[in-house]
Design a protein around this ligand. Structure first.
Ligand code: AMP
Length: 406
C-alpha cells in the first residue's frame, strides 16, 4: 500500500502523558482524523480521553497505567481505524538529525545518545517508540525531530560566544525547538501566498509560536535561519513558567550570595518563572488576559513584559532575513489572543507591520487568515493554526515514499 494514500498514527510522549492522533491521508476525509490524550501516567489518576472510530468521546481510567498500557487501551478503542505507519515526535535530535529518520537500531541509539541534551523529553519519546515497536513490529516507524528544522542555521547564529571547546568537546551550541510547527506554518503561509499569484518568492517569514512554550523563528526560502531557543527550550521569550533570556550571571550571583543550588535555580527558572512568576497568578494566558481586564497588577505586568520581549525578539530576528514578507502568529496564544497580537504589533510598526484592529478581533477561531491593514503595508500578518501532528504525518509519509525499504 502507498503510504501517501493511507493514515498515519502520530505519537507524542511526554514524561507522564501521551498524545496520539490518526491523521488521514489527503485523499481521505478530514473527519476521519481522531485524536486523544493519556495523562497522569504512572499515577493512580492515569486516564485517557479520546474519541472512538464512531466519533464518540470517551474517558477511560487506567490507574497506575504506563505509556505502553495506555497505548494498548487506546488501540483497543481504535479498532477498525487502519493506519500503515507510525510517526513519533522526538524533541532533541542534536546535530545528528537534520531530517526525519526511519527508526531502526542505529536511530534508537543516536536518540539515546542525545538524551543528555534533553533529559526530560528524549527518554519519554524513546518509551513511546519502544512501546509501538513492541506492539507493531511490522509497521514502518519514523522519528520527527523538533530540532531538525533549525539545522540550517548558519554557524554565526548557532554558536555561543564561549570558549571554543565548550562546543567542540561538549556540543554546547544553539539547537532551537518547535521546528515542526515553524516549518508547518511557514510552508502554509508560502503556499497561501503563492495561491494569490502576487509574488513567486522566495519568501521571508518571521514566526511567533506562542503556546505554553514560546519561540520565534526567521524562515527564508523554507529554511530556518535563526530562532530564539538555544541548547535547551529555556532560552528566548517569556513563556508560561520559563523565564526565557536572563543575564547569564544571575545563577552564579544567587549561588554566591544566597547559597542556592544550581539544581534549585534550574527548577525556579523552568517551573516558577515566566508568566507565572511575573504575575504571581497563573501561567495561563487566558486567565491572565481576563485578570488584566479586571485590573490585576501582576497580570498586567506579565502581559506587558511578554509582548515587549516578543516584539524585541522578532525585531532581532529580522536581521537574519534578506527580505521580510510577513509575520505569522501560531500556538494557543498566537492563534487565540488578539490582545497579545495587538500589543506586540504596536511595537513593530517601524518594520512595516500595521494591524487591522477589526480583522484582528473578528478572525474566526481555528481558521487561518490575514490581519494586516491592506491599504498601508505590503507586509502580511498571518494567524495560522499550527498542526504538528499533520506535519509529522506528512514527513513520515514523505520519508517512506522516498525510501520504501526493507
Ligand atoms: P498551547 O501550548 O499551544 O496549547 O497553548 C496554550 C496557551 O494558549 C495557554 O497559555 C492558554 O491560556 C493560551 N490560550 C488558549 N486560548 C486562549 C485565549 N482564547 N486567549 C488567551 N490565551 C489563550
Amino acid at each position: 500500500m502507498s503510504h501517501a494514500s493511507s493514515a498515519v498514527l502520530v505519537i507524542n510522549c511526554g514524561s507522564s502523558s501521551l498524545k496520539y492522533a490518526v491523521i488521514p491521508s489527503e485523499s481521505m476525509p478530514r473527519s476521519a482524523r481522531i485524536e486523544g490524550l493519556a495523562e497522569a501516567l504512572g499515577t493512580p489518576a492515569a486516564r485517557i480521553k479520546g474519541k472512538t472510530a464512531q466519533g464518540e468521546a470517551f474517558t477511560l481510567e487506567v490507574p497506575g497505567g504506563d505509556h505502553a498500557q495506555a497505548l494498548e487501551a487506546i488501540l483497543q478503542r481504535m479498532e477498525g481505524i487502519p493506519f500503515s505507519a507510525i510517526g513519533h515526535r522526538v524533541v532533541h535530535g542534536g546535530e545528528h538529525f537534520t531530517h526525519a529518520a526511519r527508526i531502526d537500531a542505529a536511530v534508537l541509539a543516536a536518540i539515546a545518545q542525545t538524551t543528555p541534551l534533553a533529559p526530560l523529553h528524549n527518554p519519554a519519546n524513546l518509551t513511546g517508540i519502544q512501546s509501538t515497536l513492541r506492539l507493531f513490529p511490522d509497521l514502518p516507524q519514523v522519528a520527527v525531530f523538533d530540532t531538525a528544522f533549525h539545522q540550517t542555521l548558519p554557524e554565526h547564529a548557532w554558536r555561543y560566544a564561549v570558549p571554543a571547546d565548550w562546543y567542540t568537546e561538549h556540543r554546547i551550541r544553539r539547537y532551537g525547538f518547535h521546528g515542526t510547527s515553524h516549518r508547518y506554518v511557514s510552508q502554509l503561509a508560502t503556499s497561501l501566498t503563492l495561491n494569490e499569484n502576487v509574488s513567486t518568492g522566495p519568501f521571508g517569514w518571521l514566526v511567533a509560536h506562542l503556546g505554553n512554550g514560546c519561540s520565534t523563528c526567521a524562515v527564508w526560502d523554507g529554511k530556518s535561519l535563526d530562532t530564539s531557543m538555544g541548547l535547551t527550550p529555556l532560552e528566548g521569550l517569556v513563556m508560561g513558567t520559563r523565564s526565557g533570556d536572563i543575564d547569564p550571571g544571575i545563577p552564579a550571583h544567587l549561588q554566591r550570595t544566597l547559597g542556592w543550588s544550581l539544581a534549585d535555580i534550574d527548577i525556579q527558572l523552568n517551573r516558577h518563572s515566566g508568566l507565572l512568576g511575573l504575575s504571581g497568578l497563573s501561567n495561563d494566558m487566558r486567565t491572565l488576559t481576563e485578570a488584566a481586564a479586571q485590573g490585576h497588577a501582576g497580570a498586567v505586568l506579565a502581559i506587558e513584559v511578554f509582548c515587549y520581549r516578543l516584539a524585541k525578539s522578532l525585531a532581532a530576528l529580522s536581521c537574519a532575513l534578506p527580505e521580510i514578507h510577513g509575520l505569522i502568529f501560531t500556538g494557543g496564544i498566537g492563534e487565540n489572543a488578539p490582545l497579545i497580537r495587538e500589543k506586540t504589533l504596536r511595537l513593530l510598526s517601524h518594520l512595516g507591520f500595521h494591524l487591522d484592529a477589526q480583522a484582528n478581533l473578528s478572525l474566526p477561531r481555528g481558521s487561518a487568515g490575514r490581519i494586516e491593514l491592506a491599504s498601508s503595508t505590503p507586509r502580511a500578518i498571518w494567524v495560522i493554526p499550527t498542526d504538528e501532528e499533520a506535519q509529522i504525518a506528512a514527513e513520515t509519509c514523505a520519508l517512506l515514499e522516498a525510501s520504501p525499504l526493507h
